[in-house]
Design a protein around this ligand. Structure first.
Ligand code: ADP
Length: 423
């Protein structure tokens, strides 16, 4: 799997090695001396780290480092021109705000840490900046919350989700965000236009849950949130951005790699929001641009990683249940399902519609809802996901795959338009 030759790369201070891993084979890398980080995660000394195919990342050093690489890359080069100093300045100003909140004598509910919303086009480096701000904060002992509203390229779990997770330790660049304490809502689509009303509602739901969580947790409240948004910044996308900024009561909006126009528009439309600051930051030239086909591949990989693990280390379980063992619902009318009757297709984006089980479920990714009653589906988080691999109409049984050996924790499943095909 790995070539016989390894090579050493020496990085001067404040430079980074940008790497695109090959399409089919992984890459190994280790830090030999100095200090280096991947998006704010400090590399351990000597230990090899294996990066899966297609991953793009940078190994950055503040003071100089030598790394060793094992394997061929699709592309790699060193750059000394990075916006890292500017990004670190943002981190330092957030630290000051966190300390101020901790020392504040104001009542605990009104004193909150920074709520940073990161805005920009697709591939402007939003998720990457979010990771750095979270990792640096965690390294300094804070416990910020990551809010992921980017349904197209979700970072916490599979695409089509609106979710949040507390960050207690810098996030492993390969394994990604921890899921054990995550609050995950299933939107079910990679495009918000499929059901704008539901997207907004889920964003509001998540904000409400976090508010409740913070009211009893001073440490999380002071540490604040970093909120990643979609790269959809025009028309409905722009309206959704305004909605997210207002809903999470942002204190700072970082606009990445954009002309002044977007910043000016946001400032104008949010002029009545008190204490909201704006920062226009340059995009790193290292951010990898992904066309829509590549983005689709990444989405598919992301779902595959959920079931099989990033390094293929999870056991996937195939299970069969009777139709009567589950209840499948869709939220709103997104005109995908052939099994809902016309009168069920109202305009209500939040209508909970029972779905008849038939072949159209094949390859669909369904969320397992914690809702006890159908009307609780929107306000309930999900336990995880299954993918339907067979529908036996005659025997009235469905076969699904799951990363868990346990029985389904609930009978209530949510369907959207998201599918997964084995690659
Ligand atoms: P966005 O969230 O705006 O769509 P991302 O932060 O996901 O953009 O970045 C797009 C891709 O570029 C990701 O795969 C990320 O790992 C990669 N990337 C970001 N910054 C760099 C860099 N400095 N060097 C190499 N790759 C990078």
């Amino acid at each position: 799997m790995f070539g016989p030759q390894t090579r050493r790369v020496k990085l001067e201070k404040q430079s980074e090695l940008r790497i695109q891993v090959q399409r089919t084979s992984p890459l190994r890398l280790r830090l030999l001396d100095g200090k280096a980080e991947i998006f704010g995660y400090e590399l351990p000394h000597e230990g090899w780290v294996t990066f899966p195919p297609l991953m793009t990342f940078a190994v950055f050093t503040w003071y100089g480092a030598t790394i060793e690489i094992d394997g061929d890359t699709e592309n790699e080069y060193i750059s000394c021109e990075t916006p890292m100093v500017n990004y670190l300045e943002v981190h330092n100003s957030l630290l000051v705000q966190r300390h101020r909140v901790t020392c504040s004598t104001r009542d605990s509910v009104s004193s909150q840490g920074p709520r940073v919303v990161i805005v920009g086009d697709t591939d402007s480096g939003k998720s990457t900046l979010a990771k750095m701000l979270l990792n640096w904060a965690a390294k300094d002992g804070w416990k910020p919350t990551f809010v992921d509203l980017n349904i197209g390229q979700s970072s916490i779990t599979i695409p089509g989700t609106v979710s949040a997770t507390p960050i207690r330790m810098p996030v492993d660049p390969v394994e990604g965000f921890p899921l054990d304490k995550a609050l995950v809502h299933y939107f079910g689509h990679a495009n918000p236009n499929v059901n704008l009303g539901l997207y907004r509602t889920l964003v509001e739901e998540l904000a409400r849950e976090l508010k409740e969580e913070f009211s009893g947790n001073a440490e999380s409240r002071a540490s604040g949130m970093v909120i990643d948004t979609m790269g959809f910044i025009v028309r409905e996308g722009y309206t959704l951005l305004l909605h997210a900024i207002r809903t999470f009561n942002a204190s700072l909006v970082i606009v990445l790699g954009q002309e002044e126009k977007l910043v000016n528009d946001l400032k104008k439309d949010l002029k009545f929001k008190k204490n909201l600051q704006f920062l226009n930051l340059e995009k790193s030239a290292g951010v990898f641009s992904r066309n829509s086909d590549f983005r689709k591949t990444l989405r598919n990989n992301n779902i595959q990683n959920y079931f099989y693990g990033v390094t293929n280390d999870l056991t996937v379980y195939t299970k069969t249940v009777k139709f009567s063992d589950v209840q499948v619902y869709q939220i709103g009318d997104f005109r995908e399902s052939s099994s809902t009757s016309a009168h069920q297709r109202g305009n209500n984006p939040l209508k909970i519609i029972p779905v008849t089980i038939d072949e159209h479920l094949l390859n669909k990714v369904l969320a397992i809802s914690y809702a006890k009653q159908p009307h609780q589906i929107i306000s309930s988080i999900v336990a995880g996901f299954v993918c339907i691999k067979n529908v036996d109409i005659g025997e009235e049984r469905i076969t699904y795959i799951s990363p868990s050996a346990a029985e389904l924790p609930s009978k209530t499943l949510i369907i959207g338009t998201l599918t997964w095909h084995v690659t």
